[in-house]
Design a protein around this ligand. Structure first.
Ligand SMILES: [Zn+2]
Length: 509
C-alpha cells in the first residue's frame, strides 16, 4: 500500500514537471539544440520569464533614440486593460519607390518567441551594417506585441477571453479593429504574422507506441483560399516560402507546411494550410498581400531552445526582406495584376483529403518515425459554391456596422448621390439555422440564399462597394452570405428565413 502511494506521488510529480516543460533534455539535444548567438532583446537581459510591457517600451525607446532619423514609434490603440499598443515604422528617406513589409508578433499571448523575434529583427536591421542596404528599397512596419494583455499573462487570448486570430474580419474585439486599421493604412506588399505552435498536442498521444511530438522547428502557413488569385498564391509559395526554406536548410533548421489536428467521429484528422479569412494568413492575402503565418515550435516549453526559436523567426523575416529586395519589380507586377484575371466569386469550397506520411519524434525511444495520417489540405481546395464576380455590392443605408467594418478592412465604400433604379441580384434566404452557443463571441447564422433578379429603386445614401479595387477579394468573403466567415454567418448582418438581405449584387452581364 505504501509502495502504491509513493508510486502515485511520483506519478503526480512527474506529470507536474511534465506539464511545466514537456520537452526532454534528450529531445532538445538530439533535435533542437539551442543556438549560441548573441541576442540582446529584453528577454535575454534576464534569466527567467519573457519581455514585459515596460521592457518592451524601454527597448523600443532606446532604439529610437539612436535611430531617430529612420525609426518612428506611434501608438495604434489601447488594449482592453489600457496599455498603449506600439507600432514601429522604419524607413530611409531617399525618394526611391519602396516596397512595404509588415512583421507582427504576439497576437497569441502564449507564443513567446513571436514577439522576441520581431524585436530581434528590428534591432538587427537597425544595427547590423550588413543589412542597412535593405532600407534603400523597403519600408518596414513592426507590431511586436499585438496582444499585450495576453502576452503579459502568457495567455493566448485577449483580456475578454476571445482569440484575436479568429476575429480578422468580424472585428468584434477592440484590438482587432485597430490592428486591422493599422494594417490597412500601411497597406503592405508582404506580411508575416509570427506565431508559435504546441509540439505536444493531446491528439498526438494516440500516435506511435507511446505518443509522439512534432519534428519540425517551424511550419509555414500560406493561404489556400480560392479568392486569393492563383498567381499570388503561387508567388508566395514558390518564391518567398521557397527562399526562406533554403535559408533554414543552411542553418540546419527543419520545416514543413502548417498542419493541425482534430478528432472527427473518433478518428484523428490533420488539416493542412488555411483558407478561412478569420485568421491573418488568409485575411492578409485577400487584401492583396504576399502573406504568411509562421508557426515556430515553442508553445509550452518555456525558454527551452529559446534562441534557436527566435533565430528561426529572424532567419525567415530576413529572407523575406531579401526576397522582396531582389524581386522588387516582380512583387509589384504580381500584386498589380493579381486581380485582373477573369474569375468567379468563390463562396465556399472543400479541402482535398488524402493519406500522407508525416514525420514525428516517438516519445517511446526519441527516434524519428514516419506515420501515415489522413490530411485535409487547404492548398488543394475545390469550389462547392461559386457565383459570377459582381461589379459591385449595394448595401442599404442603415447598415453602419457593415460599412464601418468594410472600411477597417481597407475596402473603399461610396454612396449613391441620388435615388437610382438599378437592376440587381438580391439574396432570398431559403435556409436558416442559428447557433445556440457563442462561437468566438457570436451566435452563428448558417444560411443558404437564392439569387433573385429585380429592379430596385435605391435611395440616395445607399452604399456602393465597387469591386474594381485592391481588396475586392476580401469583400467577397465577408459579403457573400454563405461564405465561411461572412458578416451574415457572424451575425453582423441579421437574416431571417424567407426574407431578403440588405445587400445586393450588381452584375454586369
Ligand atoms: Zn498563434
Amino acid at each position: 500500500m505504501k509502495q502504491l502511494a509513493s508510486i502515485f506521488i511520483l506519478l503526480v510529480l512527474l506529470s507536474f514537471t511534465h506539464n511545466f516543460n514537456p520537452q526532454s533534455k534528450e529531445i532538445t539535444q538530439k533535435y533542437f539544440p539551442d543556438f549560441d548567438y548573441e541576442i540582446n532583446t529584453p528577454a535575454f537581459t534576464k534569466k527567467k520569464g519573457f519581455t514585459n510591457y515596460n521592457e518592451l517600451m524601454d527597448f523600443l525607446n532606446q532604439l529610437q533614440a539612436s535611430n531617430s532619423d529612420k525609426m518612428q514609434i506611434t501608438f495604434i490603440g489601447e488594449s482592453q486593460l489600457g496599455k498603449k499598443v506600439p507600432f514601429v515604422k522604419i524607413s530611409k528617406a531617399n525618394n526611391q519607390p519602396k516596397l512595404k513589409v509588415w512583421f507582427q508578433g504576439g497576437l497569441h499571448g502564449n507564443e513567446m518567441a513571436s514577439t522576441e523575434c520581431v524585436l530581434f529583427l528590428l534591432d538587427k536591421i537597425l544595427n547590423d551594417p550588413k543589412l542597412a542596404y535593405l532600407l534603400d528599397k523597403i519600408d518596414i512596419a513592426f507590431v511586436p506585441m499585438a496582444n499585450i494583455d495576453g502576452y503579459e499573462k502568457q495567455d493566448r487570448y485577449a483580456a475578454n477571453g476571445l482569440d484575436l486570430n479568429r476575429d480578422q474580419t468580424k472585428l468584434i474585439i477592440k484590438e482587432s479593429k485597430f490592428l486591422k486599421q493599422c494594417f490597412s493604412d500601411f497597406n503592405p506588399h508582404v506580411a508575416i504574422d509570427f506565431h508559435e505552435y504546441n509540439p505536444y498536442r493531446k491528439d498526438f498521444a494516440q500516435l506511435g507506441n507511446n505518443g509522439v511530438t512534432s519534428r519540425y522547428d517551424v511550419m509555414f502557413m500560406s493561404s489556400g483560399n480560392l479568392n486569393v488569385p492563383q498567381k499570388l498564391r503561387d508567388f508566395t509559395n514558390e518564391v518567398f516560402i521557397k527562399d526562406a526554406q533554403k535559408a533554414l536548410s543552411q542553418l540546419n533548421l527543419s520545416f514543413q507546411e502548417y498542419s493541425t489536428t482534430h478528432v472527427e467521429l473518433g478518428e484523428l484528422h490533420f488539416s493542412q494550410g488555411s483558407n478561412n479569412a478569420r485568421s491573418s494568413a488568409t485575411s492578409y492575402a485577400l487584401a492583396n498581400t504576399v502573406s504568411t503565418l509562421i508557426e515556430i515550435r515553442g508553445v509550452g516549453i518555456d525558454r527551452t531552445s529559446f534562441k534557436r526559436r527566435i533565430y528561426t523567426g529572424y532567419a525567415i523575416g530576413l529572407s523575406y526582406l531579401e526576397t522582396a529586395y531582389q524581386n522588387f519589380n516582380q512583387v509589384l507586377e504580381v500584386l498589380n495584376n493579381a486581380n485582373k484575371e477573369a474569375k468567379l466569386a468563390i463562396v465556399s469550397s472543400k479541402k482535398e483529403s488524402s493519406k500522407q506520411q508525416m514525420k514525428f519524434i516517438s516519445l517511446e525511444d526519441n527516434e524519428e518515425v514516419s506515420i501515415e495520417v489522413l490530411v485535409k489540405n487547404a492548398s488543394k481546395s475545390s469550389p462547392t459554391l461559386s457565383r459570377m464576380y459582381p461589379h459591385a455590392y449595394l448595401i442599404l443605408p442603415d447598415n453602419e456596422a457593415v460599412v464601418s467594418r468594410l472600411k477597417i478592412l481597407g475596402i473603399k465604400v461610396d454612396t449613391l448621390q441620388n435615388d437610382t433604379l438599378i437592376s440587381v441580384e438580391s439574396y432570398l434566404i431559403n435556409a436558416y439555422k442559428k447557433g445556440n452557443t457563442l462561437e468566438e463571441g457570436v451566435y452563428l447564422q448558417d444560411v443558404k440564399a437564392d439569387l433573385v433578379q429585380e429592379n430596385i429603386r435605391f435611395v440616395k445614401g445607399t452604399f456602393w462597394v465597387g469591386l474594381n479595387q485592391e481588396n475586392a477579394n476580401l469583400a467577397i468573403e465577408v459579403l457573400e452570405p454563405e461564405a465561411p466567415n461572412s458578416f451574415v454567418l457572424n451575425s453582423i448582418i441579421p437574416a431571417q428565413l424567407g426574407s431578403k438581405l440588405p445587400i445586393y449584387r450588381f452584375v454586369q452581364k
